[in-house]
Design a protein around this ligand. Structure first.
Ligand SMILES: O=P(O)(O)OC[C@H]1O[C@H](OP(=O)(O)OP(=O)(O)O)[C@H](O)[C@@H]1O
Ligand SMILES: O=c1cc[nH]c(=O)[nH]1
Ligand SMILES: [Mg+2]
Length: 210
């Protein structure tokens, strides 16, 4: 079973409160989502493997460490996931970026895939699937299905979000038990498909479309 972790670092919690506020405007919302994504990436990358390396400093030889594991791919679920990408690339600049386009039918809440473009070596990478909201879990499950269909092993996927509903966590764990889930908050429940208290429609707040 993959892990489920709520990232309760004080900086993450403080910044999440800023974007939950209905008076937070598009510009600040966008900036702070990226800041939270960076802080989440710092925690999510904590178990990346290291190898020993000797490096010559101006004063001698340091027995040091460098990253040794799989290269990273960040995969945002469009649209709202795009809001987290730059923040993660600030920490992992060499990561490749794949995109999976997904929209929820407003009536049925069913997800629909409309775009997939991934690095050609996606099956060899450590993948961070990012989306601010895990509501029913349908979009995350379908995005991960799309990766598995292309040869990705579930255990190489970490799902990173800002706010999760218990219903979404349960559904994602049931569908993809080996995927690690990281969130800045686990909220109360879903009402009409929206997370309560949540932060509203993340895509619309990021892109100013409402
Ligand atoms: O867990 P679920 O019930 O599937 O809901 C979560 C999805 O809903 C939102 O996207 P939306 O469909 O509104 O698209 P957008 O990002 O383009 O606004 C959000 O960004 C997630 O992708
Ligand atoms: O609360 C929610 C649920 C789904 N998508 C959002 O953007 N917000
Ligand atoms: Mg939306």
């Amino acid at each position: 079973m993959g892990k489920f972790q709520v990232m309760n670092h004080p900086l993450i919690q403080h910044k999440l409160t800023i974007i939950r506020n209905e008076n937070c405007g598009t510009r600040e919302f966008r900036e702070v989502v990226n800041e939270i994504a960076s802080l989440l990436a710092f925690e999510v990358s904590r178990d990346m493997p290291l190898e020993d390396v000797d490096v010559k400093t101006p004063q001698g030889i340091a027995h040091a460490k460098q990253l040794s594991g799989k290269k990273v791919a960040v995969v945002p679920i469009l649209r709202a996931g795009i809001g987290m990408v730059d923040g993660i690339l600030d920490l992992i600049p060499a990561a490749k970026v794949g995109h999976i386009g997904m929209y929820r039918d407003e009536e049925t809440l069913e997800p629909h895939e409309y775009f997939v473009k991934l690095p050609s070596d996606i099956d060899k990478r450590q993948i961070f699937v990012v989306d601010p909201m895990l509501a029913t879990g349908g979009s995350a499950i379908m995005a991960i299905d799309a990766l598995i269909k292309r040869g990705v092993d579930e255990s190489n996927i970490k799902f990173v979000c800002l706010v999760a509903a218990p219903e979404g966590v349960e559904a994602l764990q049931k569908a993809h038990g080996d995927v690690d889930i990281y969130t800045a908050a686990l909220d109360d429940n879903l009402e009409n498909g929206y997370i309560v208290p949540g932060l509203g429609d993340a895509g619309d707040r990021l892109f100013g479309t409402k």
